[in-house]
Design a protein around this ligand. Structure first.
Ligand SMILES: [Zn+2]
Length: 339
């Protein structure tokens, strides 16, 4: 059923410089630029995007004016709108020229035709199954390991940034494009509070980076999965509703192991998104924005947004201090008892 979508090795080979998956994904992108006009246009317009940089103490937040992201930033993700649209990640609905490569026979690596990164992929499950992390966190780790040569892999929760909340998917983009990839060690060193630093895992909480996050570092996938289970359970206790608690996750892997950054969310969209008239700013933050590249599809927003707007937005969409403290305590208590 997927035969017509999977790009055969023979067509990948002219673009491929290595045998690892990251090299193959890179080759897929080159092949698609040569054969799929929509994608080629998307990358051509990426060459002309404008960027502003806001400097803070020891870190920076970038603002990218990217008109190609209008559909995604303003996507209606309520259940009714989702039911009534054709799922754009289902293999049967992909554009005719789109091709992909398999990840473990279960996921399709696809090129995102509306890129933010110099190389930007969507990695979607072959079946139409809901976006959820509780039983796919291991997959996120495995994916970032197999793509570590070039890419960071990330997850947007169904209620905080995934524009297809009904179809399980991850995304991947160039390492070190998001400021957090480079700032991470300095930020954790200066602002991080150790939750546990023994055994096979180190866990930190970070405040003072405008958006709160929890970080896991380990070369042991099982230890990371255990820590994530604890976090997920504790977060479910303080999150409203019975659904998946809102979070965005970045997984960066190298020869020393993984560092996983989890941004627990309090809100999907900041209040300026819903404001009337001149106060309105179309910026709907997800993993990449929290990683330090905020995307504005409208030029007027790109021009007018201020440092204060950035600070307020991150504070508004992050999990507030008190439930964040609950996560910290649960992790400390339960990780200490299992080490
Ligand atoms: Zn689907």
């Amino acid at each position: 059923m997927l035969d017509h979508i999977i790009l055969p090795d023979s067509e990948l080979a002219p673009f491929c410089e290595g045998s690892d998956l990251a090299s193959k994904a890179h080759a897929l992108l080159e092949q698609q630029k040569s054969s799929w006009e929509l994608l080629r246009n998307g990358y051509e317009s990426l060459n002309t995007v404008e960027t502003r940089t806001f400097d803070f103490e020891g870190f920076a937040v970038k603002l990218q004016f990217n008109p190609g992201r209008l559909t995604s930033s303003s996507a209606k993700v309520d259940p009714k709108s989702i039911r009534e649209r054709k799922c754009f990640l289902c293999p049967a609905n992909l554009p005719a020229k789109q091709r992909g490569i398999f990840w473990e026979d279960e996921y399709l690596i696809l090129c995102n035709p509306y890129p933010i990164f110099p190389e930007h992929f969507t990695i979607s499950h072959r079946d139409h199954t809901p976006q959820r992390i509780v039983d796919t966190f291991d997959t996120l780790l495995d994916m970032s390991k197999s793509l570590q040569k070039r890419y960071t892999v990330f997850y947007n929760g169904p209620k905080c940034g995934a524009s297809a909340p009904d179809h399980l998917h991850f995304q991947a983009g160039d390492k070190h494009f998001m400021p957090i990839d480079t700032e991470y060690e300095g930020v954790v060193g200066r602002m991080g509070t150790p939750i546990i630093e023994r055994g096979s895992i180190r866990v930190y909480s970070v405040e003072g980076y405008l958006r709160r996050f929890i970080a896991f570092e380990s070369d042991d996938a099982a230890a990371l999965a255990d820590a994530f289970r604890i976090l997920y359970r504790a977060f479910s206790e303080v999150a409203s509703g019975g659904d998946e608690p809102m979070m965005n996750i970045l997984s960066f892997c190298d020869s020393e192991g993984w560092r996983v950054v989890i941004f627990p969310r309090g809100k999907h969209r900041p209040s300026f998104f819903f404001a009337e008239g001149g106060r309105r700013i179309l910026l709907s933050p997800a993993s990449v924005d929290l990683g330090g590249v905020c995307i504005t599809p409208l030029e007027k927003d790109f021009q007018k947004i201020t440092r204060k707007d950035i600070i307020e937005m991150f504070e508004e969409v992050s999990l507030p201090a008190s439930p964040f403290e609950h996560l910290r305590k649960a992790l400390r208590r339960e990780l200490a008892s299992t080490q």
